[in-house]
Design a protein around this ligand. Structure first.
Ligand code: GAL
Length: 396
């Protein structure tokens, strides 16, 4: 399955071999960076994007692996008589902005969609796919998030009451932009955003998708973060180098998430081999949020080169145990207290044999940094929505 998936970009490309190779080389580990939407929404400006780039460098996030600076919806202006799109007045000099981001050793991402309008009502790429891809490449864009939105209306109009035909149109629309991006010859990460419809994980790699959203939008509250997490179980077989499930951008540091919830959200996204796109205001984050986002041990789980997404091993009441196989035979284990009772600490016993482990296991607790030894039926007490995340270098 995965072997044929990996072969598809060359098969579908009419561009020269070298271009296909350039495209398949991106996103060998899940993309890391920042995206404007979760905090700034429609209000994002060039200044905010520059400030985010500056903060990635000054806080050490860049050194920890956060490279993409992604502008989401609302940057677009009007098309001229030839159909060439400009950015709006919030982004007076897109090429200059790209140069600025690149001068910091970072990469620039942008947003569009296959419909005439984006979700926020700005110009989409419908009928202008190649023109837009060429424009992005001329600016030096390195990443495109392509959001279905108003193309849904076109699907419904052209194939009324015919869901399968609508889905075929959707796949073709994503393939069209893939071809346009490839024709530019520039390596551009291609991020599909169509909310997980039509089992996107089964076909996204065949249209060049490096990542694809698996659900509707995330929100900065635990119930939504957890609901998305639950929808990832079973999708692990579709993830691997160059093609990732995307449970949406991080909300760490946003809304009312508690410290434990931020930690659990970040840990589980790392277990899921999810893109780690920070979605908070990097220029004004607390030391605690920065500490979570830059935990190198947790990032190393996310970026493990095997690219194997975690599996939910078992659940016991409201405590869940997830495992992820890592390079060199190592294993990551996450124990999450998803319980709704704020005061219950859920004394829980970790059943190692259910994880295929036998006898005491030497491990590193990735949040305390301590070396620990886990024994079978180890009692583990976790506060509300908190997590134990360990790496077992030599599981037995
Ligand atoms: C949604 C998308 C969000 C954000 C928003 C912008 O469809 O899921 O992540 O991009 O559009 O309008």
């Amino acid at each position: 399955m995965l072997a044929s998936v990996a072969a598809v970009p060359q098969a579908s490309s009419q561009a020269p071999e070298a271009r296909g190779a350039a495209r398949t080389a991106v996103a060998q580990t899940p993309p890391m960076g920042w995206n404007s939407w979760n905090y700034f929404h429609r209000n994002v400006t060039e200044q905010d994007v520059k400030a985010a780039a500056d903060a990635l460098v000054s806080t050490g996030m860049k050194d920890a692996g956060y490279i993409y600076v992604n502008i989401d919806d609302t940057w677009q202006g009007e098309r001229n008589a030839d159909g060439v799109l400009s950015a709006n007045s919030k982004f007076p000099d897109m090429k200059g902005l790209a140069d600025y981001v690149h001068s910091k050793g970072l990469k620039l991402g942008i947003y569009s969609g296959p419909g005439p309008k984006t979700c926020a009502g700005y110009a989409g790429s419908y009928g202008h796919e190649q023109q837009d891809a060429d424009l992005y490449a001329s600016w030096g864009v390195d990443y495109l998030k392509y959001d279905l939105c108003s193309y849904i209306g076109i699907m419904q109009k052209q194939a009324p009451n015919d869901k399968p035909a609508q889905m075929r149109m959707m796949v073709a629309a994503y393939a069209k932009m893939d071809k346009a991006l490839k024709a530019t010859g520039r390596p551009i990460v291609y991020s599909l955003c169509q909310y997980g419809w039509d089992a996107v994980w089964e076909w996204a790699p065949s249209v060049g998708g490096n990542l694809w959203r698996t659900t509707g939008d995330i929100q900065p509250n635990w119930d939504r973060v957890y609901a998305i997490l639950e929808q990832q179980a079973g999708l692990e077989k579709y993830a691997g180098p160059g093609h990732w499930n995307d449970p949406d951008m991080l909300e760490v540091g946003n809304g009312k998430l508690t410290e434990a919830e931020n930690r659990s959200h970040f840990s589980m996204w790392a277990m899921l081999a999810a893109p780690l796109l920070a979605g908070n205001d990097l220029a004004h984050m607390s030391p605690e949020v920065l500490r979570i986002l830059t935990n190198r041990d947790v990032i190393a789980i996310d970026q493990d080169r095997l690219g194997r997404q975690a599996t939910r091993a078992y659940a016991d009441g409201e405590v869940e145990v997830w495992t992820r196989h890592l390079e060199h035979g190592a294993l990551a284990v996450a124990v999450l207290n998803a319980g709704s009772d704020r005061y219950a600490t859920h004394p829980f016993r970790l059943n190692l044999s259910r994880l295929g482990l036998h006898g005491p296991q030497k491990a590193k607790d990735l949040w305390s940094g301590r070396e620990v030894t886990l024994t079978n039926n180890e009692p583990i007490e976790l506060a509300h929505h908190d997590i134990l995340l360990v790496r077992i270098p030599q599981p037995k």
